[in-house]
Write a protein that binds this ligand. Structure first.
Ligand SMILES: CC(C)(COP(=O)(O)OP(=O)(O)OC[C@H]1O[C@@H](n2cnc3c(N)ncnc32)[C@H](O)[C@@H]1OP(=O)(O)O)[C@@H](O)C(=O)NCCC(=O)NCCS
Length: 192
């Protein structure tokens, strides 16, 4: 199974140069960038450079993040991205990440994309485990991770230097044999 991937409302596909303006626009939104590794504003030149780099690689090379474009089928517009990288140590685990343009949040679109991404990763790369990290204050992200069935397994205290301060993160995990289970089957660590 390879890209593109379909969901009822979305197409998950490789980035194209035509995405650069929309990509730079949502990466320049301070609220979208707040808990992410890049700095807003994010220029059109940076977007072109990023997409050019993505076009030289392919999904599933261990130790390399691969960014998948999230396109709204209805109008072909780029509305976000999801990403993964396979851990080089064993090649059987991957970390995932995701971003949605603010105007398209709150409609279940990220849930739709990430659910599809999880299936793609388990089916295509025969992975044993997926993981995700999220800032403890990024409630939209932790809610999403729990909605797609990931288990909160860790609370790291000031483990991550980001934008001038030490931040704390939750660590999430999902085993291959647990996929399609709902959150109610997993004990979630209580709020800190
Ligand atoms: C993390 C992020 C992708 C979550 O986006 P989101 O819009 O909250 O997630 P979804 O698209 O799945 O939408 C879910 C919300 O829509 C609501 N919703 C409306 N219609 C829905 C539907 N048909 N199906 C599911 N949810 C629906 C849900 O109730 C939920 O709201 P809630 O969280 O207030 O309960 C988004 O906040 C984002 O891009 N943040 C910036 C980047 C970032 O921090 N990424 C994570 C780094 S770890």
């Amino acid at each position: 199974m390879t890209l593109p991937l379909e969901t009822p409302r979305l197409r998950l596909r490789a980035f194209q140069m035509e995405d650069a303006a929309d990509f730079a626009a949502y990466r320049s939104d301070p609220l979208v960038a707040r808990y992410q590794g890049w700095q807003a504003p994010f220029s059109l030149d940076q977007a072109h450079e990023f997409i050019a780099e993505m076009q030289t690689t392919r999904p599933g090379i261990p130790d390399e993040w691969y960014q998948i474009a999230i396109e709204l089928k209805q109008d072909g517009r780029l509305i976000g991205d999801c990403a993964f990288y396979i851990l080089p140590e064993d090649g059987q685990q991957a970390e995932i990440g995701f971003t949605l343009t603010r105007a398209y949040q709150g409609q279940g679109l990220a849930t739709e994309a990430v659910t599809r991404l999880i299936d793609y990763l388990f089916d295509t790369f025969q992975l044993h485990r997926l993981r995700a990290l999220c800032d403890v204050d990024n409630r939209a992200s932790s809610r999403l991770l729990e909605r797609v069935g990931m288990r909160r397994e860790a609370h790291f205290i000031e483990n991550f230097w980001s934008k001038g301060e030490w931040r704390s993160e939750y660590g999430y995990g999902l085993l291959r044999r647990e996929r399609n289970n709902s959150t109610k089957d997993h004990p979630i660590l209580p709020e800190a």
